[in-house]
Design a protein around this ligand. Structure first.
Ligand code: PRX
Length: 659
């Protein structure tokens, strides 16, 4: 968050209590929330144990709620067994077989609906096809698919077999896909010929072929969904069309019950080193977190149509498109494309045409749509909407107010939900029928969750207001279990920063800085590590730096973020070339090439917005890059810091374009 935003959160005083009408019909009102909080404080494990029993269907009931004997490797409900797909589909068939599970709209306007019964049948067929390939419980399958019902079907089919899925966002490049396939050791990849995005066809199969040509010795087969119908090449003996592979298979497939701790999925996310981490989530605790938070935060009711706009390639798409809503037997909306095709009214048109009642999106989308003016949303009938949500980055009060006024017509509650790939489900958020909201604050932890603000030493910051590192002080069911293949990194990254407290508390370090106000409300200020938040997506600066230095012309690179009006943060790269630094047209050509190179190595979302070529980077005498200085330069700020202690003080003027 920029310092301007920091100032605005500190001076933000507007408070919006839930309307009496919303509160009266809400699943959780203020009294109920207080009751839930008190119950969790009085008997933490009893609280979670009771919900795990009442909300999930178990094949073998668990006896132990929480095993913390190997903390911070916690186990929840570990002696129970269940199946995630059974919980999302089968158990609804008797009562909701004909209810819509998924309403889908493609970017070109084509639509498809799936009832729970139809979705169950499709999932079973695909599960049978996966089984026929010899894939068994514990094997990994990578999904590289459009944002479509197929992605949900594939996730559920894997879950049905106890097979661990790892979804790779369709916007990632072949190289990024290769890295993830290799890290998981996947035997099977499920992809599509392509998808429709931004008015173009994205050639997913081609990228998949390239990834497999680069390595991936573990992959034995590829299943290809037909989406765009454009010409692709199929490799004999390896590739099979989804519709052919499933055509003659039964629409029924016995779910494989797994231990609650059995991994449900791996999802890669950026950290402060060059290599993305495979965040490992488990079956029981994860599903409980996703299901319960969806009920509480989105106040899900039987006749809602819930639209979370996040792609299934991100954790938000896992928890609030696939697992949370379906475990609740809710109807979800899925839209394949971008918000601006054919124009900036697309989201609002979808809300109108399908009767979306709950709309959950990212601040970057709100800011982008806000720029195109309120006349556009005003052309659509948004009267079915009853609740709005935000996720992925701090929402600046200006965007919050626009969302409230223009989309919410000053009536709808807004839930600003703070959480992470690692937390699996929403950690802090208002409950729409209970919590007064303040624009820009994610308010407080949900019942059963506990946060705090600590200083550099891990000591709680006391006082009426507090600023510091955000930590979670108790484990929670949907927490990540480890980093795939690297438990030491898990312990060090999330629990290694601060010492264990004398009472045995392990502090989970979120990597965010926060401010807590006099009402105990949290205001997230941004990351404390070398992670950028670009359009709500996490991007490690080191990841972009390693992509840049893999280009033959680059000797060294440093990447920092700068505030961006729409994207939240923009990527700025300072690049030192091998040999003579090019100038003029040659420099422009190289900059263009480097941007494309990063897109090829990671994906278009990582393309630097600015690239500055220079002769050196500002370094301390011990060789450490002065990132703070680079951030000021990237923002175009006047450099007032003392640079005389730098190894190369003269470089500052050159980087700032003044020499
Ligand atoms: O910095 C916080 C920001 O996004 C980070 C998590 O990113 P990721 O794992 O990609 O998950 C995003 C979707 C859950 C956090 O550490 N973040 C997420 N939601 C918010 C937020 N920052 C402020 N307010 C939020 N509501």
């Amino acid at each position: 968050m920029s310092s301007d935003n920091f100032q605005s959160v500190l001076t933000e005083t507007r408070v919006f209590p839930p309307s009496a009408e919303f509160a009266a019909a809400a699943r959780v009102n203020a009294a109920k929330m207080a009751e839930l909080r008190a119950a969790a404080a009085a008997d933490f494990t009893g609280f979670w144990g009771a919900y795990a029993k009442s909300e999930l269907s178990w094949a073998t009931p668990f006896k132990t709620v929480l095993d913390d004997s190997k903390a911070p490797n916690y186990r929840w409900f570990h002696d129970g067994t269940l199946n995630a797909s059974y919980n999302c589909l089968d158990r609804h068939l008797a009562t909701k077989g004909d209810k819509i599970a998924i309403r889908y709209e493609g970017e070109k306007g084509d639509t498809r609906n799936y009832t729970y019964r139809e979705l169950h049948a499709e999932v079973c067929k695909l599960a049978n096809a996966i089984k026929a390939k010899g894939i068994v419980k514990g094997d990994r399958v990578v999904l590289y698919l459009p944002h479509s019902p197929e992605a949900v079907i594939a996730m559920q089919a894997c879950a049905r077999l106890g097979v661990i899925h790892s979804v790779v966002f369709g916007g990632f490049s072949a190289t990024a896909l290769r890295d993830r396939i290799e890290d998981t050791g996947a035997k099977l990849v499920i992809t599509a010929d392509g998808n429709q995005r931004g008015g173009n066809v994205v050639d997913l199969k081609k990228a998949c072929d390239e990834a497999l040509a680069l390595g991936c010795p573990s992959v034995e087969g590829v299943i290809v969904a037909k989406r765009t119908g454009h010409a692709i090449t199929m490799k004999d003996g390896r590739d099979a069309w989804w519709h052919e592979a499933t055509a003659k298979l039964p629409a029924d497939c016995e779910p494989v019950n797994v231990e609650a701790e059995h991994p449900l999925f791996l999802l890669y996310t950026s950290g402060s080193t060059g290599k993305p981490k495979g965040i490992q989530h488990c079956t029981g605790g994860y599903l409980l977190g996703a299901m319960l938070s969806a009920q509480w935060v989105f106040d899900l009711k039987e006749d809602d149509l819930f639209w979370c706009t996040a792609d299934v390639g991100w954790v938000t798409g896992h928890s609030y498109v696939t697992y949370g809503p379906l475990a609740n037997g809710a109807s979800v909306m899925i839209y394949e494309g971008v918000p601006t095709v054919p124009d900036a009214g697309r989201f609002w048109k979808i809300c109108q045409d399908h009767g979306v009642t709950i709309f959950y999106t990212a601040p970057t989308a709100i800011r982008a749509l806000m720029k195109s003016g309120e006349e556009i949303p005003n052309q659509y009938d948004l009267s079915e909407l009853r609740l709005l949500g935000s996720v992925g980055e701090p929402i600046n009060p200006e965007a919050w107010m626009w969302y409230h006024r223009v989309i919410g017509k000053e009536k709808l509650p807004i839930v600003d939900t703070w959480w992470q790939t690692e937390t699996g489900s929403i950690m802090m958020s208002p409950l729409p029928g209970a919590t007064p909201t303040k624009p820009g604050s994610c308010t407080q932890p949900l019942p059963g969750l506990f946060a705090d603000v600590v200083d550099e030493m891990g000591e709680p910051v006391v006082g009426k207001t507090a600023g510091g590192y955000l930590v979670l002080t108790k484990p929670w069911p949907s927490m990540l279990r480890t980093i795939w293949g690297d438990n030491e990194r898990y312990k060090k990254t999330y629990y290694g920063q601060f010492p264990v407290r004398p009472d045995g508390t392990h502090l989970y370090v979120a990597g965010d800085s926060t401010h807590r106000d006099e009402d105990g409300y949290y205001w997230i200020l941004g990351r404390t590590d070398d992670v950028l938040n670009v359009s709500g997506h996490r991007l490690g600066t080191m990841e972009v730096e390693s992509a840049l230095v893999s280009h033959p012309r680059v000797a060294e690179a440093a990447v920092v973020g700068r505030p961006h009006e729409v994207k939240g943060e923009a990527v700025c790269a300072f690049v030192i070339c091998k040999g003579v630094r090019p100038t003029g047209d040659e420099a422009l050509a190289l900059i263009k090439e480097l941007r494309e190179h990063v897109a090829k190595e990671i994906g278009p979302i990582a393309k630097p917005d600015d690239i500055r070529l220079a002769d050196g980077l500002p370094k301390t005498r011990s060789g450490k890059i002065m990132r703070r200085l680079l951030r000021s330069i990237a923002k175009g700020e006047e450099i007032t810091q003392d640079v005389s202690t730098l190894e190369n003080p003269g470089i500052v003027a050159q980087l700032a374009g003044k020499a």
